[in-house]
Structure formats: C-alpha cells, structure tokens
Design a protein around this ligand. Structure first.
Ligand SMILES: *[C@@H]1O[C@H](CO)[C@@H](O)[C@H](O)[C@H]1NC(C)=O
Ligand SMILES: *[C@@H]1O[C@H](CO)[C@@H](O)[C@H](O)[C@H]1NC(C)=O
Ligand SMILES: *[C@@H]1O[C@H](CO)[C@@H](O)[C@H](O)[C@H]1NC(C)=O
Ligand SMILES: *[C@@H]1O[C@H](CO)[C@@H](O)[C@H](O)[C@H]1NC(C)=O
Ligand SMILES: *[C@@H]1O[C@H](CO)[C@@H](O)[C@H](O)[C@H]1NC(C)=O
Length: 450
C-alpha cells in the first residue's frame, strides 16, 4: 500500500490525459473539460486492475522486496563511491531483466567526497565527546585538529552583530528549527558566513525537528573568494547545551578533527528505462527517484523508496500488458545529494525536447502511507489531475496539493513543465488519523540532503 499511490498515478494519467502539449501550453486543445473528464472516467477499469495487481496481487510487496535486496546487498551509495556505481550496474541489469525498453545509462561527472575519521571533544568547561557528522564537500582539519574557543549564535544576524568576537573561533550555530527549506540555509551556508568573519570552523545544529542525540549530514557549499573552513553538524542536544553554557558565561573550548577529503570528479550515470508510447512515442512522462544516498545510512528511504516505486510504475504496466499513449520514462538520478548533479546533466542533454515533456515526477520525500500528490502547473492541468486522482478512490487517496517539486526535476519545472511529487505529509487538520502522526518529514529524521 505504501508504495502504491505514486506508481499508480504514474500509470494512469498516461492513459487519460488529453495531450501533454495541451497541458504544457496551458491548454490549446479543442476538447472541453467535460470531455476530458469523461475520458478519465473510462479508465476506471484499468485503474482497478493496476490497484488489484499492486495491492492484492502478485506485485503486492514487490517494490519493498526489491528495495530491501538492493540496500542490504550494496549498502550506502554516496556520490563518487564504488558502491553507487555497483548499484547503478545492478539496476541496469534489473531493468533489462524486467523486460523494459530502451534501457541505457547516460554519463554524468559527479563529486567525490569522503568523510574519513572525525571527532569533536569539548575540553572546557568539561570533557565531553560529541557526536558529529561532517558535511558533504567540507575540507578536513590538520591531523592534530583545530582547538579553539566557541562562539555560539542563534542566527546569521547574531553572527553579523558579533562578527568581531568570531575571529579565530569555532562558530556554533544553534538556530531554531522552523522548517526544512528555511533552516537548511544554516547547513548549506554556515561555513561561508563563519569564514567571512574569520572563524576557523563551524558546527551546525542538525536541521531536524526531533533528535535522539542524532547528528545529520547533507551538502554544504563554499563560495569563491571566501576561505574554506571545516564544517560539521552536531546534535540538537549539544547545540542547546553549549547555548546554555555560553549564556552562563562559560568559556567553551572544542577540539575538532576531520579527515574529510575531496577527490577529482568521478564517472557515473543516470539510469534510464522506458515503455514506449503507442500513439505519441516522442512525448515523455518522466517518473524518477535518486539512487545515490549519504554514506551513514542504507539510503532505503532517501531515496531508495522513491527510485523503486518509480521502477514499479513501469513494471506494473508491463505485467498487465498495457501500453500507454505516451512514452513512460524512468530515470534513476545520480548524485542528487550533491545538489542535483545528475538531474542537471539530464536537463542539459534533453532540454531541446522540452516541448515534448508532458509531465515530470520525482518521489524524494519518503514513501510512507501517501496522503496525495503535490502538483505544480496551470489551473486547467490541476483540474485534470484532480480528475485522474478520483481513479484512486478504491484506496481512498485522492488529494492534490500545491507545490510539486524535486531537486532533480526543478530544472524542468522552472522551464514550465507540469510536475508531481508524492506526498505523505499532513496538509490539513481534517486529515489526521492516528496513523499519520509522527515524524513530519523524512528529511527531518535521517541523513538529510538537498
Ligand atoms: C514484504 O517484504 C518484507 C521484506 O521481505 C517482509 O519483511 C514483509 O513481511 C513483507 N510483507 C508482506 C505483506 O508480504
Ligand atoms: C518555512 O518557513 C518560512 C518562514 O516562516 C515560510 O516563509 C515558508 O513558507 C516555510 N516553507 C514551507 C515549505 O513551509
Ligand atoms: C528528442 O526527441 C526526438 C524524438 O522526438 C529523439 O529522436 C531525440 O533523440 C531526442 N533528443 C534528445 C537529446 O533526447
Ligand atoms: C516533438 O515531437 C514532434 C512529433 O510529434 C516533433 O515534430 C517535434 O519536433 C518535437 N519537438 C521537439 C522540440 O523535439
Ligand atoms: C478517506 O480519507 C479521508 C481523508 O484522507 C478520511 O477522512 C476518511 O476517513 C477515509 N475513509 C476511509 C473509508 O478510510
């Protein structure tokens, strides 16, 4: 069930939408909405067949089992690693064995960063070994580490105000958690802002709404012309404690050691498979997830789940002997965690055909029990999408929210292509059955990415 929704929509709208061009160009078709609505409704039986196969039939647990096998076998798949390339080769083979069409790899140069050994020990006001996770692309420290006094701030504004105190220190950011997109700026730009005022290193409170003494990782970005300083995330608990210590006037000293290294860019690939459309083969509906992960987890949720439900969409169609009107294209991105490197390369290589892209989808928000889809596009296209979603009535997941997005598909969205993302988030207090409560969002609860 948890894997069903995205899969299903990927499948059904292919049959039902009038014309990708119509949507893309804000509807230049001659058909009335009523006619489109009737056409969508005619896919009720197809929809039921897909639901039955995915929820009750032989595909019931398939994407879960396929994903478990990959992540158990290969483990974490960080950008630039051998294990990522192994996963790509396995998927290439899996997609061919699945009988999908036009299975191929598209080359991408990707960053290669390794964290190495890392540690942080508070020396004053008391000895305390802290859990840390270095941030992607951070430089390391000298082998003997950096030992310095700490300046705790709660915002970039406070850092500006206290710029003179920051020189020669380790800046600790104890920014409050607002939401992921707002608060992640501290992880991404924290080192640059600290370096600008002469800090030696920066430690950032993990961008999380909840913590069990669990530091997060993710990408950070240096800026040309600003010195590069080592940077890592600390736990919410340690950030809060140092904040309390500083407000009591304690002098805090930390010894930070990081063995992080950046290597030359590595060769990698986006992995592509298709079911070629029967009527408009040149028109593309893209479903996707990313294969790379961070190094400190298995990457099952971020984003193995998204990658595998996208594959499942094609598998289900093939198993039922269906062929959509438009080409259904699966892309398993590489190096999303480094800032959508694979997604950007794909956009560069394929944007000349943009007018033949009907819809782009990415699932990278977690694949728990879905609450609906997030859509970005014209209001007319949204109305059609809402019709398509009525076909999901049998599983009672019919909602269409705002703001469909994804790191790898945002290039297309910005260029005007309609987009969908699977969501399991709560959007309205009216839909809060107990099973929905709990973590707010995948990215707040594990190794985080952009
Ligand atoms: C699905 O597969 C997983 C992994 O093999 C297994 O743990 C789980 O029990 C299965 N669930 C069902 C409903 O078959
Ligand atoms: C995050 O919080 C900021 C500031 O409150 C707000 O402007 C923004 O809309 C929020 N973003 C999301 C995705 O909720
Ligand atoms: C663009 O689309 C045409 C088919 O319409 C295809 O032959 C060609 O390979 C595509 N180009 C790229 C770069 O994908
Ligand atoms: C889109 O496909 C049509 C064929 O249906 C073709 O004539 C047109 O050139 C394609 N557009 C692009 C930009 O490739
Ligand atoms: C269907 O979903 C809605 C909202 O998501 C919920 O209020 C309702 O109870 C659900 N119905 C069933 C039969 O589960």
């Amino acid at each position: 069930m948890k894997f069903l929704l995205f899969t299903f929509v990927g499948v059904v709208h292919l049959f039902s939408l009038n014309s990708g061009k119509a949507i893309y160009k804000n509807d230049n078709s001659q058909r009335t909405f009523q006619e489109i609505k009737e056409e969508v409704a005619r896919y009720g039986d197809v929809a039921k067949a897909i639901i039955n196969l995915a929820v009750y039939g032989k595909a019931q647990n398939r994407s879960y089992e396929r994903l478990a096998l990959l992540v158990d076998t290969v483990g974490p798949r960080p950008s630039g690693s051998k294990s990522l390339e192994k996963a790509i080769q396995i998927m290439y083979q899996n997609l061919q064995e699945d009988g999908l069409e036009n299975v191929h790899l598209e080359p991408v140069k990707i960053p290669h960063w390794e964290r190495g050994e890392e540690s942080a020990v508070m020396l004053e006001p008391r000895i305390h070994k802290m859990a840390i996770l270095g941030l992607g692309s951070s430089i390391g420290t000298p082998p003997e580490g950096i030992t310095a006094e700490v300046l705790v701030v709660t915002s970039f504004e406070e850092l500006q105000r206290r710029a003179r105190e920051a020189r020669g220190k380790i800046v600790v950011y104890n920014q409050p958690y607002v939401n992921y997109s707002k608060t992640v700026q501290y992880r991404v730009q924290g080192a640059v802002e600290a370096a600008k005022v002469g800090a030696l290193a920066s430690l950032i409170r993990s961008v999380a709404s909840f913590s069990v003494y669990s530091p997060h990782t993710g990408i950070q970005e240096y800026q040309d012309g600003v010195p590069k300083i080592p940077t890592a995330c600390i736990t919410v608990e340690d950030a809060e404690m140092m904040s309390r210590m500083a407000s009591r006037g304690n002098r805090i000293v930390i010894q930070l050691k990081m063995g992080a290294k950046n290597y030359p860019d590595a060769d990698s690939f986006n992995t592509v498979a298709e079911i070629i459309g029967s009527k408009y083969p040149e028109q593309v509906v893209l479903v996707s997830g990313h294969l790379d992960s961070w190094d400190v987890g298995q990457g099952a949720m971020d984003d193995g789940g998204g990658a595998f439900i996208s594959w499942e969409a094609l598998s289900l169609i093939k198993d039922l002997g269906l062929r959509p009107k438009r080409t259904l294209r699966l892309v398993l991105w590489t190096a999303e965690e480094q800032g959508g490197i694979g997604g950007f390369q794909y956009y560069q290589s394929h944007k000349e055909n943009i007018s033949n892209y009907s819809l782009v989808m990415e699932s990278d928000e977690g694949t728990f029990l879905p609450s609906g889809l997030q859509f970005t596009g014209s209001e007319k296209a949204r109305a059609i999408m809402e019709e398509v979603m009525t076909l999901l009535q049998p599983v009672n997941i019919t909602q269409v929210f705002r703001a469909g997005e994804g790191t790898d598909i945002n290039f297309w969205i910005q260029a005007g292509v309609p987009a969908l993302a699977l969501t399991w988030k709560l959007r309205s207090p009216n839909m809060t059955p107990a099973r929905f409560r709990g973590p707010q969002r995948k990215k707040d609860n594990g190794a985080a990415g952009t």
